[in-house]
Design a protein around this ligand. Sequence first.
Ligand SMILES: [Zn+2]
Length: 397
Amino acid sequence: MRKISATWIFPGNQPPLKNGILICEDDGTVVDLIDTGGHLREQAGLEQYSGILVPGFVNAHCHLELSHLEGKISEKTGLGEFLGAINKFRNSEAEDQEEAMKHANFQMWNSGIVAVGDVSNSYSSLETKRTSKMHYHTFVEAFGFHPSRAEKAFAFAEFVEAMFREVGLPASVTPHSPYSVSELLFRKIRKKALAENTILTVHNQESQAEIEFFLKGTGPVFQHLSQTLALDISHWEPTGKSSLEFTLSFIPRENPLLLVHNTFTSSEDIEILKQQRNLENTFLVLCPNANLYIEDRLPPVLLFQNEKMNICLGTDSLASNQTLSILNEMITLQKFFPKISLYDLVEWGCWNGAQALGLTDLFGSLKPGKKPGVNLITGVDLKGLKLTEKSKVKKLM
Ligand SMILES: [Zn+2]
Protein backbone atom coordinates (compact mmCIF):
# COMPACT_ATOMS: atom_id res chain seq x y z
CA MET A 1 0.00 0.00 0.00
CA ARG A 2 1.23 3.53 -0.83
CA LYS A 3 0.04 6.81 0.69
CA ILE A 4 0.92 9.70 -1.60
CA SER A 5 0.37 13.40 -1.04
CA ALA A 6 1.23 16.42 -3.17
CA THR A 7 0.65 20.17 -3.01
CA TRP A 8 -2.46 19.61 -5.13
CA ILE A 9 -4.26 16.52 -6.41
CA PHE A 10 -6.24 16.93 -9.64
CA PRO A 11 -8.49 13.84 -9.78
CA GLY A 12 -9.23 14.24 -13.52
CA ASN A 13 -12.91 15.16 -13.52
CA GLN A 14 -13.33 16.88 -10.14
CA PRO A 15 -12.02 20.08 -8.55
CA PRO A 16 -8.47 19.84 -7.18
CA LEU A 17 -7.73 18.93 -3.55
CA LYS A 18 -5.08 20.92 -1.70
CA ASN A 19 -2.68 18.62 0.19
CA GLY A 20 -4.96 15.65 -0.52
CA ILE A 21 -3.87 12.06 0.07
CA LEU A 22 -4.11 9.29 -2.51
CA ILE A 23 -4.02 5.73 -1.19
CA CYS A 24 -3.17 2.98 -3.68
CA GLU A 25 -2.46 -0.73 -3.64
CA ASP A 26 1.08 -1.62 -4.72
CA ASP A 27 -0.30 -2.57 -8.16
CA GLY A 28 -1.71 0.96 -8.64
CA THR A 29 -5.37 0.28 -7.80
CA VAL A 30 -6.82 3.37 -6.14
CA VAL A 31 -8.15 2.60 -2.65
CA ASP A 32 -9.10 6.06 -1.44
CA LEU A 33 -8.73 9.74 -2.21
CA ILE A 34 -8.78 11.84 0.94
CA ASP A 35 -9.68 15.52 1.11
CA THR A 36 -7.68 16.90 4.05
CA GLY A 37 -9.23 20.34 3.66
CA GLY A 38 -5.71 21.60 2.98
CA HIS A 39 -4.43 20.55 6.42
CA LEU A 40 -2.02 17.71 6.12
CA ARG A 41 -0.87 16.10 9.40
CA GLU A 42 2.39 14.21 9.79
CA GLN A 43 1.81 10.50 9.44
CA ALA A 44 3.89 7.37 9.08
CA GLY A 45 4.62 6.07 5.59
CA LEU A 46 3.34 9.13 3.74
CA GLU A 47 5.16 10.09 0.52
CA GLN A 48 5.02 13.86 0.16
CA TYR A 49 5.72 15.77 -3.05
CA SER A 50 5.88 19.37 -4.16
CA GLY A 51 3.83 19.52 -7.37
CA ILE A 52 0.52 18.15 -8.59
CA LEU A 53 -0.77 14.59 -8.88
CA VAL A 54 -2.91 13.65 -11.87
CA PRO A 55 -4.22 10.37 -13.31
CA GLY A 56 -2.42 8.70 -16.24
CA PHE A 57 -2.77 10.61 -19.52
CA VAL A 58 -4.81 9.46 -22.52
CA ASN A 59 -3.29 10.15 -25.95
CA ALA A 60 -6.34 10.36 -28.21
CA HIS A 61 -4.41 10.60 -31.49
CA CYS A 62 -1.15 8.99 -32.51
CA HIS A 63 0.33 7.12 -35.51
CA LEU A 64 2.78 4.67 -33.97
CA GLU A 65 3.71 3.25 -37.39
CA LEU A 66 5.21 6.60 -38.48
CA SER A 67 7.68 6.64 -35.55
CA HIS A 68 10.69 5.91 -37.81
CA LEU A 69 10.05 9.25 -39.60
CA GLU A 70 11.23 11.21 -36.54
CA GLY A 71 13.16 14.30 -37.64
CA LYS A 72 12.86 13.39 -41.36
CA ILE A 73 10.26 15.96 -42.44
CA SER A 74 10.90 19.71 -42.56
CA GLU A 75 8.82 21.91 -40.27
CA LYS A 76 6.21 24.55 -41.13
CA THR A 77 5.85 23.73 -44.82
CA GLY A 78 2.07 23.21 -44.81
CA LEU A 79 -0.06 20.08 -45.21
CA GLY A 80 0.47 19.64 -48.98
CA GLU A 81 4.26 19.35 -48.62
CA PHE A 82 3.90 17.26 -45.46
CA LEU A 83 1.65 14.66 -47.14
CA GLY A 84 4.08 14.44 -50.06
CA ALA A 85 6.98 13.81 -47.65
CA ILE A 86 5.03 11.14 -45.72
CA ASN A 87 4.26 9.45 -49.01
CA LYS A 88 7.94 9.54 -49.98
CA PHE A 89 9.41 8.34 -46.67
CA ARG A 90 6.65 6.05 -45.37
CA ASN A 91 8.13 2.80 -46.71
CA SER A 92 11.78 3.84 -46.52
CA GLU A 93 14.04 2.40 -43.85
CA ALA A 94 11.32 -0.08 -42.94
CA GLU A 95 13.86 -2.15 -41.02
CA ASP A 96 14.05 0.69 -38.48
CA GLN A 97 10.28 0.81 -38.08
CA GLU A 98 9.90 -1.96 -35.48
CA GLU A 99 12.66 -0.53 -33.28
CA ALA A 100 11.27 3.01 -33.64
CA MET A 101 7.75 1.88 -32.65
CA LYS A 102 9.07 0.06 -29.57
CA HIS A 103 11.00 3.16 -28.57
CA ALA A 104 7.98 5.45 -29.13
CA ASN A 105 5.79 3.07 -27.13
CA PHE A 106 8.27 3.24 -24.25
CA GLN A 107 8.54 7.03 -24.53
CA MET A 108 4.76 7.36 -24.18
CA TRP A 109 4.62 5.00 -21.19
CA ASN A 110 7.48 6.82 -19.53
CA SER A 111 5.75 10.18 -20.01
CA GLY A 112 2.74 8.98 -18.04
CA ILE A 113 0.41 7.94 -20.87
CA VAL A 114 -1.78 4.91 -20.08
CA ALA A 115 -4.05 4.66 -23.13
CA VAL A 116 -3.68 5.56 -26.81
CA GLY A 117 -6.04 5.99 -29.75
CA ASP A 118 -3.67 4.97 -32.54
CA VAL A 119 -4.29 5.35 -36.25
CA SER A 120 -2.83 2.53 -38.36
CA ASN A 121 -2.79 1.66 -42.06
CA SER A 122 -1.35 -1.81 -41.55
CA TYR A 123 -0.75 -4.38 -38.81
CA SER A 124 2.96 -3.48 -38.49
CA SER A 125 2.33 -2.06 -34.98
CA LEU A 126 0.53 -5.21 -33.76
CA GLU A 127 3.44 -6.80 -31.89
CA THR A 128 4.44 -3.55 -30.15
CA LYS A 129 0.84 -3.04 -29.03
CA ARG A 130 0.32 -6.64 -27.97
CA THR A 131 3.31 -6.50 -25.62
CA SER A 132 2.74 -2.91 -24.44
CA LYS A 133 1.86 -1.93 -20.86
CA MET A 134 -0.48 0.71 -22.32
CA HIS A 135 -4.01 0.18 -23.59
CA TYR A 136 -4.34 0.75 -27.35
CA HIS A 137 -7.44 1.30 -29.44
CA THR A 138 -6.39 0.96 -33.08
CA PHE A 139 -8.23 3.06 -35.64
CA VAL A 140 -7.67 1.23 -38.91
CA GLU A 141 -7.59 4.01 -41.42
CA ALA A 142 -9.09 3.38 -44.85
CA PHE A 143 -8.23 5.65 -47.72
CA GLY A 144 -8.90 5.72 -51.41
CA PHE A 145 -9.91 8.90 -53.16
CA HIS A 146 -11.06 7.24 -56.36
CA PRO A 147 -14.35 5.28 -56.08
CA SER A 148 -12.78 2.36 -57.97
CA ARG A 149 -10.45 1.88 -54.95
CA ALA A 150 -13.30 1.57 -52.42
CA GLU A 151 -13.83 -2.20 -52.55
CA LYS A 152 -10.15 -3.06 -52.12
CA ALA A 153 -9.38 -0.35 -49.55
CA PHE A 154 -12.33 -1.42 -47.40
CA ALA A 155 -11.50 -5.13 -47.62
CA PHE A 156 -7.89 -4.45 -46.60
CA ALA A 157 -8.98 -2.27 -43.66
CA GLU A 158 -11.32 -5.04 -42.46
CA PHE A 159 -8.49 -7.56 -42.78
CA VAL A 160 -6.15 -5.39 -40.66
CA GLU A 161 -8.92 -4.80 -38.12
CA ALA A 162 -9.47 -8.58 -37.83
CA MET A 163 -5.73 -9.12 -37.20
CA PHE A 164 -5.84 -6.77 -34.19
CA ARG A 165 -9.12 -8.15 -32.85
CA GLU A 166 -7.85 -11.70 -33.13
CA VAL A 167 -5.18 -11.02 -30.50
CA GLY A 168 -7.66 -9.20 -28.26
CA LEU A 169 -6.74 -5.63 -29.23
CA PRO A 170 -9.72 -3.32 -29.82
CA ALA A 171 -9.86 -1.90 -33.36
CA SER A 172 -12.31 -0.14 -35.66
CA VAL A 173 -12.26 0.83 -39.33
CA THR A 174 -12.31 4.58 -39.81
CA PRO A 175 -11.93 7.12 -42.65
CA HIS A 176 -8.59 8.96 -43.00
CA SER A 177 -9.90 12.39 -43.96
CA PRO A 178 -12.60 13.98 -46.13
CA TYR A 179 -10.11 14.58 -48.98
CA SER A 180 -8.77 11.01 -49.14
CA VAL A 181 -11.95 8.90 -48.98
CA SER A 182 -14.50 8.56 -51.79
CA GLU A 183 -18.22 8.74 -51.08
CA LEU A 184 -18.51 5.04 -51.86
CA LEU A 185 -15.80 4.16 -49.32
CA PHE A 186 -17.35 6.52 -46.76
CA ARG A 187 -20.69 4.70 -47.16
CA LYS A 188 -19.08 1.29 -46.58
CA ILE A 189 -17.40 2.56 -43.42
CA ARG A 190 -20.68 4.10 -42.25
CA LYS A 191 -22.63 0.87 -42.71
CA LYS A 192 -20.09 -1.16 -40.76
CA ALA A 193 -19.78 1.44 -37.99
CA LEU A 194 -23.56 1.49 -37.51
CA ALA A 195 -23.80 -2.30 -37.43
CA GLU A 196 -20.96 -2.66 -34.91
CA ASN A 197 -21.45 0.59 -32.97
CA THR A 198 -17.73 1.37 -33.22
CA ILE A 199 -15.74 4.49 -32.38
CA LEU A 200 -14.85 6.63 -35.40
CA THR A 201 -12.13 9.21 -35.88
CA VAL A 202 -11.25 11.47 -38.80
CA HIS A 203 -8.67 14.16 -39.50
CA ASN A 204 -10.67 17.38 -39.70
CA GLN A 205 -9.87 20.81 -41.12
CA GLU A 206 -6.16 20.49 -40.51
CA SER A 207 -5.21 23.03 -43.17
CA GLN A 208 -6.44 25.94 -45.23
CA ALA A 209 -5.66 23.70 -48.21
CA GLU A 210 -8.42 21.27 -47.16
CA ILE A 211 -10.95 24.11 -46.91
CA GLU A 212 -9.91 25.41 -50.35
CA PHE A 213 -10.20 21.96 -51.93
CA PHE A 214 -13.82 21.62 -50.77
CA LEU A 215 -14.85 25.15 -51.62
CA LYS A 216 -13.08 25.54 -54.96
CA GLY A 217 -11.40 22.24 -55.84
CA THR A 218 -7.97 23.92 -56.08
CA GLY A 219 -4.80 24.38 -53.98
CA PRO A 220 -2.17 22.12 -52.36
CA VAL A 221 -4.57 19.20 -51.64
CA PHE A 222 -5.61 19.22 -55.29
CA GLN A 223 -1.93 19.22 -56.29
CA HIS A 224 -1.12 16.42 -53.84
CA LEU A 225 -3.85 14.15 -55.24
CA SER A 226 -3.46 14.97 -58.92
CA GLN A 227 0.34 15.42 -59.13
CA THR A 228 2.15 13.75 -56.19
CA LEU A 229 -0.16 10.73 -56.15
CA ALA A 230 -1.00 11.09 -59.88
CA LEU A 231 -4.63 10.13 -59.25
CA ASP A 232 -7.45 10.53 -61.72
CA ILE A 233 -9.64 13.01 -59.86
CA SER A 234 -11.90 13.96 -62.75
CA HIS A 235 -14.92 12.62 -60.81
CA TRP A 236 -14.39 15.17 -58.04
CA GLU A 237 -16.58 18.24 -57.85
CA PRO A 238 -16.02 20.74 -55.04
CA THR A 239 -18.95 20.68 -52.63
CA GLY A 240 -18.91 24.43 -52.00
CA LYS A 241 -19.36 23.56 -48.32
CA SER A 242 -16.90 23.02 -45.52
CA SER A 243 -15.15 19.66 -45.39
CA LEU A 244 -16.66 19.08 -41.93
CA GLU A 245 -20.17 19.25 -43.36
CA PHE A 246 -19.18 16.70 -45.99
CA THR A 247 -17.65 14.38 -43.35
CA LEU A 248 -20.66 14.59 -41.03
CA SER A 249 -23.04 13.52 -43.78
CA PHE A 250 -21.37 10.07 -43.63
CA ILE A 251 -20.87 9.70 -39.88
CA PRO A 252 -23.74 8.11 -37.92
CA ARG A 253 -24.97 10.32 -35.08
CA GLU A 254 -24.99 7.32 -32.72
CA ASN A 255 -21.29 6.52 -33.03
CA PRO A 256 -18.69 8.28 -30.88
CA LEU A 257 -16.63 10.57 -33.13
CA LEU A 258 -13.16 12.00 -32.56
CA LEU A 259 -12.48 14.94 -34.89
CA VAL A 260 -8.73 15.48 -35.01
CA HIS A 261 -6.83 18.80 -35.38
CA ASN A 262 -9.71 21.24 -36.12
CA THR A 263 -7.11 23.91 -36.82
CA PHE A 264 -9.34 25.80 -39.26
CA THR A 265 -12.73 24.97 -37.69
CA SER A 266 -14.93 28.08 -37.50
CA SER A 267 -17.91 29.10 -35.36
CA GLU A 268 -20.17 28.25 -38.36
CA ASP A 269 -18.70 24.73 -38.32
CA ILE A 270 -19.47 24.45 -34.61
CA GLU A 271 -23.11 25.39 -35.35
CA ILE A 272 -23.27 22.61 -37.97
CA LEU A 273 -21.72 20.22 -35.48
CA LYS A 274 -24.36 21.11 -32.89
CA GLN A 275 -27.16 20.54 -35.40
CA GLN A 276 -25.87 17.24 -36.69
CA ARG A 277 -24.29 15.57 -33.66
CA ASN A 278 -24.88 14.85 -29.98
CA LEU A 279 -22.13 16.80 -28.29
CA GLU A 280 -21.84 14.12 -25.58
CA ASN A 281 -20.32 11.63 -28.03
CA THR A 282 -18.40 14.17 -30.12
CA PHE A 283 -14.79 14.98 -29.25
CA LEU A 284 -12.39 17.55 -30.64
CA VAL A 285 -8.86 16.16 -30.40
CA LEU A 286 -6.19 18.86 -30.37
CA CYS A 287 -2.57 18.13 -31.34
CA PRO A 288 -1.04 21.61 -30.93
CA ASN A 289 2.61 20.64 -31.31
CA ALA A 290 1.89 18.86 -34.62
CA ASN A 291 -0.13 21.88 -35.81
CA LEU A 292 2.85 24.14 -35.10
CA TYR A 293 5.15 21.63 -36.82
CA ILE A 294 3.13 21.32 -40.03
CA GLU A 295 1.06 24.50 -40.46
CA ASP A 296 2.55 26.81 -37.79
CA ARG A 297 -0.97 27.60 -36.68
CA LEU A 298 -3.11 26.64 -33.66
CA PRO A 299 -6.82 25.79 -33.51
CA PRO A 300 -9.31 28.29 -31.98
CA VAL A 301 -9.16 26.65 -28.57
CA LEU A 302 -11.01 29.44 -26.72
CA LEU A 303 -13.91 29.20 -29.19
CA PHE A 304 -14.18 25.45 -28.52
CA GLN A 305 -14.06 26.12 -24.78
CA ASN A 306 -16.78 28.78 -24.97
CA GLU A 307 -18.93 26.42 -27.02
CA LYS A 308 -18.47 23.76 -24.33
CA MET A 309 -17.03 21.20 -26.72
CA ASN A 310 -15.42 18.02 -25.33
CA ILE A 311 -11.74 18.64 -25.92
CA CYS A 312 -9.12 15.86 -25.79
CA LEU A 313 -5.41 15.87 -26.53
CA GLY A 314 -3.25 13.91 -28.94
CA THR A 315 0.39 13.89 -29.96
CA ASP A 316 0.03 12.91 -33.63
CA SER A 317 3.16 11.02 -34.74
CA LEU A 318 6.91 11.52 -34.47
CA ALA A 319 6.79 12.52 -38.16
CA SER A 320 5.29 15.83 -36.98
CA ASN A 321 6.28 16.09 -33.30
CA GLN A 322 9.47 16.13 -31.23
CA THR A 323 8.02 13.94 -28.47
CA LEU A 324 4.96 11.81 -27.75
CA SER A 325 3.99 13.46 -24.48
CA ILE A 326 0.56 14.70 -23.48
CA LEU A 327 2.15 16.97 -20.86
CA ASN A 328 4.12 18.68 -23.65
CA GLU A 329 0.85 19.32 -25.52
CA MET A 330 -0.63 20.81 -22.33
CA ILE A 331 2.44 23.04 -21.85
CA THR A 332 2.10 24.38 -25.41
CA LEU A 333 -1.59 25.17 -24.90
CA GLN A 334 -0.80 26.87 -21.57
CA LYS A 335 1.90 28.96 -23.25
CA PHE A 336 -0.25 30.18 -26.15
CA PHE A 337 -3.53 30.38 -24.19
CA PRO A 338 -2.52 31.47 -20.66
CA LYS A 339 -6.17 31.82 -19.63
CA ILE A 340 -6.86 28.07 -19.82
CA SER A 341 -7.05 26.68 -16.29
CA LEU A 342 -4.95 23.75 -15.16
CA TYR A 343 -8.18 22.03 -14.17
CA ASP A 344 -9.36 22.13 -17.81
CA LEU A 345 -6.01 20.97 -19.19
CA VAL A 346 -5.96 17.96 -16.85
CA GLU A 347 -9.55 17.12 -17.74
CA TRP A 348 -8.71 17.24 -21.47
CA GLY A 349 -5.54 15.19 -21.09
CA CYS A 350 -7.05 12.52 -18.82
CA TRP A 351 -10.82 12.26 -18.39
CA ASN A 352 -12.04 13.44 -21.80
CA GLY A 353 -9.61 11.18 -23.65
CA ALA A 354 -10.81 8.21 -21.59
CA GLN A 355 -14.40 9.16 -22.43
CA ALA A 356 -13.64 9.44 -26.14
CA LEU A 357 -12.12 5.95 -26.22
CA GLY A 358 -14.87 4.48 -24.00
CA LEU A 359 -12.41 3.77 -21.17
CA THR A 360 -13.74 5.67 -18.15
CA ASP A 361 -14.18 2.39 -16.23
CA LEU A 362 -10.42 1.94 -16.38
CA PHE A 363 -8.73 5.33 -16.80
CA GLY A 364 -9.17 9.08 -16.66
CA SER A 365 -9.80 9.73 -12.95
CA LEU A 366 -8.45 8.81 -9.51
CA LYS A 367 -11.58 6.90 -8.51
CA PRO A 368 -11.34 4.01 -6.02
CA GLY A 369 -11.31 0.64 -7.81
CA LYS A 370 -9.60 1.92 -10.95
CA LYS A 371 -5.96 1.48 -11.93
CA PRO A 372 -5.63 4.76 -13.84
CA GLY A 373 -1.90 5.44 -13.46
CA VAL A 374 -0.59 8.20 -11.20
CA ASN A 375 1.62 11.03 -12.47
CA LEU A 376 3.47 13.73 -10.54
CA ILE A 377 3.90 17.01 -12.41
CA THR A 378 6.67 19.23 -11.06
CA GLY A 379 7.87 22.65 -12.21
CA VAL A 380 4.33 24.01 -11.90
CA ASP A 381 3.52 27.60 -10.86
CA LEU A 382 1.78 26.41 -7.69
CA LYS A 383 0.47 29.87 -6.72
CA GLY A 384 -1.11 30.72 -10.07
CA LEU A 385 -1.81 27.02 -10.81
CA LYS A 386 -0.33 27.15 -14.30
CA LEU A 387 2.02 24.88 -16.19
CA THR A 388 5.37 26.38 -17.16
CA GLU A 389 7.95 25.48 -19.79
CA LYS A 390 9.85 23.78 -16.97
CA SER A 391 6.97 21.43 -16.08
CA LYS A 392 7.99 17.78 -16.04
CA VAL A 393 6.16 14.53 -15.45
CA LYS A 394 7.26 11.62 -13.29
CA LYS A 395 5.30 8.40 -13.43
CA LEU A 396 4.65 7.30 -9.84
CA MET A 397 2.41 4.32 -10.59
ZN1 LIG B 1 -2.95 12.18 -37.63
